[in-house]
Design a protein. Structure first.
Ligand code: XCC
Length: 626
């Protein structure tokens, strides 16, 4: 098996500056670790290494077409992939359950969060068939309980969430294939049982089960997270804010919210505006207190930042920049929930004085203080975090902040898009139909350090898409990369083709709309469903595609199955670990389209990826006769 050798360097100016700074400080980061991992194992990359049983590890080679247990390359690839899909699904669902618990606690009067979007609470509860004649608290409690019960329900009963919320045309497709899921955790447990040694060797059945999980991931996971969070934190509204590492203020106490679950961060934003704490910060020599966000949490805070303009001070960076953020020496406290916190953050924090605080029960970082979030203790924890940041400020050493700031427009969601369009998605549909905008591509997910990526694949692909009059919607660390590259500013429309440029300028929006976090993919599906409903077609017929140009981890695998189940083509780079099975590769990239309308498209070159996506969009337009 040929070994794969990669090298990688940061691509954007800010990362490059901080990369050089860390090297000068003798601190090694994700880039050096990636280099030390070379060459990487080709069997793993192809998905044909099995470590399930003690007779392994087995690798499929020219001389060994089966593992010791008899598993073929197809089966090993399918099992490995599906385990990632199960893990990603339950992780999203875990997040949704935390929000549902909080909503329930608010309804029971045990938590000091407010219901910020009561209209949404009543709408969603009504659609789910809950009694909405009672008080706001009663409905909040009922909706929270309903979600928890759905998450914990069995896989032999169809999920009511799916039947109530999914577009009717999609439900028909899923019913025919018998892939309407039951409870997501139960589905994941069953899938994990199926992927044990010598339990299920039917690759088609296994992949269909992954589609079930993809649907459960959407409705019990992503939709749940976004909807319930918006009820508690307010629905995103269009806003402009500062972004990237250069916005850190060297003279204030700086607190970083890092991760994915923003509920606690909301309380930190509230507490950080407390005059007594600001006085305390001044007493230790700071000019004030600022709160920032990084990774997906930062995107979510930016989305609702209109309400916190005095304290929220910027979205700082993406996954591969997290060590650089601390290496500025300007972050006094970083509190993080799950996930995407590198274990090396502990050493780096020590080196650069940052106080780390973990806030979710699933997180354990040796030596890091834990202040674990519960719906009824958020304000106390938030105050503790701000106090610890003020104390940490007194230990500051050298500060090294790159002198480059950017701004970005964010806060897009179905509601804010509809509001910007004057009350319905029809104007967007009209410009798609008349061809000013050829189609829409959701660019989602993470960033990787692979040599052809590190943000380069994301910006390369997106610049090419907007140039071809394709509107881009971003969610996840990709948004951060696009923000740092200036592609989420109004001025970016200058890089768009003539049709898209005119639409952006007349609406006053950039050609790349930030929907927020990777967990906000549920909102993208919602907008796409609204466009399909306006045209009275199925989602799979739309000139729409998804791309995860630098996909990284298990949630992305689950999200990819969500996209395919929703009827969308999803472009992935790097190649997922399936190329060792021609059967699994063919099913995912071709055959599945005839079943659900969606499929996977793998292309590592951003220009060729844009070619493939545009071709797909044009074919959909032709089929719709537009
Ligand atoms: Fe993590 Fe969401 Fe991925 Fe970024 S995008 S690397 S999951 S923080 Ni979600």
């Amino acid at each position: 098996m040929k070994m794969m050798v990669h090298t990688s360097q940061p691509e954007d100016g800010i990362s490059r500056y901080m990369y050089d700074a860390t090297r000068k400080d003798g601190v090694s980061t994700v880039y050096e670790r990636f280099a030390k991992q070379q060459p990487q194992c080709g069997f793993g990359a192809m998905g044909i290494c099995c470590t399930l049983c003690a007779d392994g590890p087995c690798q499929i080679t020219r001389k060994a077409s089966h593992g010791v247990c008899g598993a073929t390359a197809d089966l090993i690839v399918a099992r490995n992939l599906l385990q990632k899909c199960a893990q990603g699904t339950v992780a999203n669902v875990y997040h949704a359950r935390n929000v549902a618990r909080t909503l329930k606690a608010v309804g029971e009067g045990r938590s000091d969060y407010e219901i910020k979007d009561e209209v949404k609470l009543r709408n969603v509860a009504g659609k789910l068939g809950l009694d909405i004649s009672g008080s706001t608290s009663e409905i909040a409690r009922a909706l929270g309980e309903f979600f928890i019960a759905q998450i914990n329900s069995n896989d032999y009963e169809p999920l009511r969430l799916v039947e109530a919320m999914a577009p009717k045309k999609r439900l028909e497709v899923w019913r025919k294939l018998d892939i309407i899921p039951g409870g997501p955790n139960s589905e994941a447990a069953t899938l994990l049982s199926k992927t044990m040694t010598n339990v299920n060797n039917d690759v088609v059945d296994l992949l269909l089960h992954a589609l079930r999980l993809g649907i459960a991931n959407e409705y019990a996971g992503l939709f749940g997270i976004t909807t319930l969070q918006e009820i508690l934190m307010g629905t995103a509204s269009i806003t402009e804010g500062e972004v990237n590492i250069g916005v850190l203020d060297p003279e204030t106490v700086n607190i970083m919210a890092h991760g994915h679950q923003p509920l606690l961060a909301i309380k930190v934003l509230e507490v950080a505006g407390n005059p007594e704490l600001i006085e305390e910060a001044k007493r230790v020599g700071a000019k004030g207190i600022k709160v920032y966000g990084s990774l997906c949490e930062g995107q979510q805070l930016l989305n609702i930042s209109n309400e916190y303009k005095n304290v929220f001070s910027g979205q700082i960076g993406n996954w591969i920049q997290q060590e650089f953020i601390l290496a500025t020496g300007a972050v006094d406290a970083m509190f993080f929930d799950y996930n995407c916190v590198m274990p090396t953050m502990v050493e780096i924090a020590e080196r650069y004085h940052t106080k780390l605080i973990s806030t979710d029960k699933v997180i354990r970082q040796a030596g890091v203080e834990r202040l674990e979030f519960e719906p009824d203790n958020a304000s106390n924890i938030a105050e503790g975090i701000v106090n610890k940041a003020i104390e940490a400020f007194t230990h500051r050493g050298k500060v090294n902040i790159p002198a480059l700031k950017m701004t970005a427009v964010a806060g897009f969601t179905t509601e804010s898009v509809v509001a910007a369009l004057g009350g319905s998605v029809k104007p967007l549909v009209d410009v798609i139909v008349n061809g000013s905008v050829k189609g829409v591509v959701a660019i989602v997910g993470c960033t990787t350090v692979r040599e052809f990526q590190s943000g380069k694949h994301i910006t390369g692909l997106v610049e090419e898409l907007i140039r071809r009059d394709i509107l881009v919607i971003g969610a996840g660390c990709v948004s951060s990369t696009l923000e740092n590259a200036g592609l989420m500013q109004l001025e970016a429309s200058e890089k768009a083709g003539g049709g898209l440029q005119k639409v952006c300028q007349s609406l006053g929006v950039p050609p790349c709309l930030s929907y927020g976090s990777c967990t906000d993919i549920g909102k993208i599906v919602d907008t796409v469903a609204a466009i399909a409903a306006e045209l009275d077609v199925d989602i799979s017929q739309l000139p729409v595609a998804v791309s995860a140009p630098e996909y990284l981890e298990q949630k992305a695998v689950a999200d990819a199955f969500t996209a395919v189940a929703m009827g969308l083509m999803i472009h992935l780079a790097p190649a997922p670990p399936v190329l060792g099975s021609s059967l699994v590769t063919k099913i995912l990239t071709q055959d599945v389209e005839a079943l659900v309308g969606g499929k996977v498209f793998v292309e590592l070159d951003p220009i060729k990826a844009a070619d493939g996506i545009e071709k797909h969009i044009l074919a959909k337009r032709e089929a719709l006769n537009i």
